[in-house]
Design a protein around this ligand. Sequence first.
Ligand code: HEC
Length: 483
Amino acid sequence: MRVVYFGLAVSAAAFVIQGPAHAQAPVSFSKDLVPILKEQCVKCHNARQPQGGFAVSSFALLEKGGKGGKVLAPKPEDSRLIKYLEGTLKPQMPIGTPLSKAQIDKFKAWVSQGSKADVDVNALVIPDSAIPAIKVPVIKVKVPVLPQAASLAWSKDNKILAIGTYKTVILVDPATGKTLRELPGHADVIHNLQFSPDGKQLAAAGGPPALQGEVKIWEVETGKEVRTILGHNDFVYSCSWSPDGKTLATASYDKLVKIWDLATGAEVKTLKDHADAVYAVTFNPAGNLLASGSADRSVKVWDVATGKRIYTLAGHGDIVFSLAWNPAGNQITSVGADKTMRIWNVNAQNGNQAQNTSAHEKSINDVAYSPDGTMMATASDDKSVKIWKPGNGTPIQTIKDLPDAMLSVAFSGDNKLVATGGFDGTVKIYNVADGKLQSTVIDLPKAPEVKPAEVKPAAPAKPGDPKAVPAKPEPKKVDAPKK
Ligand code: HEC
């Protein structure tokens, strides 16, 4: 535990000298800055939804910085935090209403005094529960919402559809829609679900953002938790079983891909070459290669035995969110924020682009192959799911009547159905042959009837209210539970 104490005398002095800022007055992180961060910053920079990849919930997170790197430097004039507060870096923070000069001076004085922590650096000085202006009861009455259906996996024997939501995996019987089991206890949104090759276990990936990655391995039959893998410094977005079921590969927002021994839970290898968050990872069917897709716009192919990158597939113009290896093992399909679906011819030495299709009107969040390898399905922020044949730039099926951004898609074991998971939490199953709705597995609850007297007037929106913030600037990173 790294704690730096200023001592009582000093904090008391800081308290007295406050007022029109005196640059040299000792500034306390916890007493002087945390109240400002709590009031002005945390609604956009919290551990759960860090805008710009930056959270102020603990000293450690603040010190870690955001997607532009560290925000603190020895001198205030070199510190990005100060530059954002003064508006020399744009957009000026906090967006909408800049801090007063006295407040900015406090931050400057603190930086010039060495940016010291006077609390446990890892303590959540501003827990997410303290985030202001989220008036849940009012929202709940008006618009009933569910946690997002961020991930889906369909067992090969067709008997189970696994749905990854916020903190809980739900196993349903896709034929009846009946819930078979719930697997609770996850730290946050479950971003990826993968059945083991023998179908007996299920890996569920996620973790508390900006803190740790978490993958839980569940025994499907009993609902017993077999193992929890904790590693990485941030969300795990994707995982993949080796075909022999002995190792699991994970991809994280911390830019790394890791391989774990499932018998011991030990980390076997770290694959380091991506310059930004890694959103997707998957073994090839032979198990000797891994492909990963990243916010650095690249797809990389790795040698599993050595952990070395063999080659990079460049072409995507933005974040690669998802990729899949065809069952034959000679092609990879990748999708992402540039709205394209790309197919690459690949082998153990090199790869090249075989197809580039403008597939959707908005960011594409997921791609999956049908088990027989004859089709791919894509799920997009444009509220549609499309089904494709390799080599054909026109979808064979477009499912358009979906209510919200689509986060996840999975084919049934018999290739006849496709399940879709939405940001609004709904899960629906469609027929591949005609694109028609087969069943709704999870539907939005009906809005309760509200008697006028029960509705409290909502507080007037203040400037800088989260309502003014674009809901999903980074589609996958900020898809916090809509609760
Ligand atoms: C209304 C939402 C909102 C509020 C309030 C807000 N920010 Fe931001 N902040 C953002 C967004 C969005 C970005 C990303 C901007 C971009 O990438 O162009 C950002 C980026 C930043 C960054 C850069 C992170 C990086 O590494 O790129 C810093 C530093 C920052 N904010 C500090 C603050 C501080 C300190 C406060 C409070 C005094 C604050 N912000 C309040 C929305 C907000």
